[in-house]
Design a protein around this ligand. Structure first.
Ligand SMILES: Nc1nc2c(ncn2[C@@H]2O[C@H](COP(=O)(O)OP(=O)(O)OP(=O)(O)O)[C@@H](O)[C@H]2O)c(=O)[nH]1
Ligand SMILES: [Mg+2]
Length: 189
């Protein structure tokens, strides 16, 4: 039971990490971005060459959204990914590297598995290729340390970016490379 779309490039991540900001920067499309979590409620799609890029709603509980709503969104995302797994060329997990360590430490001190780690494990299980875009690097002082921390926790390829202020060409190149390896071509704008 898939969506019928093939060659998907999905962007997943907690609410407010900057998925939609990245999506509009990559594809020059105008999608809703916001200061408040829960900005993207339905996925945004964009056809980029052979590939359909999908900006997913953000998961995880945050101030201003009810627990029920965040659980509903998480279920939607997990089902969407499971149902479309065969068609997903690449999953880009977007994290907010500025708050990643603090959130991970908070969850782990409660004896819980941080939602980003859980999501990354799920993506790696289900998708052929997974990379992590460590967004908001412009807000981080000790960049190398924070990236190493994320790498150790997520055990994935981490690419630092600033969707809002910085250069995202390295991420673009990696996405293109992976698409090429999978036999499809992607067009950025
Ligand atoms: N400093 C900084 N802020 C950013 C960056 N990228 C996004 N933001 C800000 O983060 C906030 C959330 O951005 P969105 O793109 O709406 O986040 P999202 O992940 O799509 O959020 P949901 O749709 O709620 O899941 C906005 O205020 C953006 O301006 C970045 O690289 N650096
Ligand atoms: Mg969004």
């Amino acid at each position: 039971m898939g969506s019928g779309q093939n060659n998907l490039l999905i962007f997943a991540g907690r609410s407010n990490v900057g998925k939609s900001t990245l999506f509009s920067k990559l594809f020059k499309v105008s999608v809703k971005k916001g200061k408040k979590p829960g900005t993207t409620i339905k996925p945004n799609f964009y056809r980029a060459g052979d590939v359909t890029a999908v900006d997913l709603p953000g998961y995880g509980y945050m101030k201003g959204i009810s627990y029920e709503f965040s659980e509903k969104v998480k279920d939607f995302i997990v089902h969407y990914i499971e149902n479309n797994a065969e068609n997903i060329i690449l999953a880009v997990q977007v994290i907010d590297i500025h708050s990643f360590r603090e959130i991970v430490n908070r969850w782990e001190s409660r004896g819980e598995i941080p939602i980003d780690i859980e999501m990354c494990e799920f993506l790696k299980e289900v998708c052929r290729n997974v990379i992590v875009a460590a967004n908001k690097i412009d807000k981080v002082n000790k960049k190398t340390e924070e990236i190493e921390f994320a790498k150790k926790k997520l055990k994935a390829e981490i690419i630092p970016i600033s969707a809002k202020k910085g250069d995202i060409s390295y991420l673009k190149n990696r996405i293109s490379e992976i698409c090429k390896k999978e036999g499809v071509s992607i067009k950025f704008k």
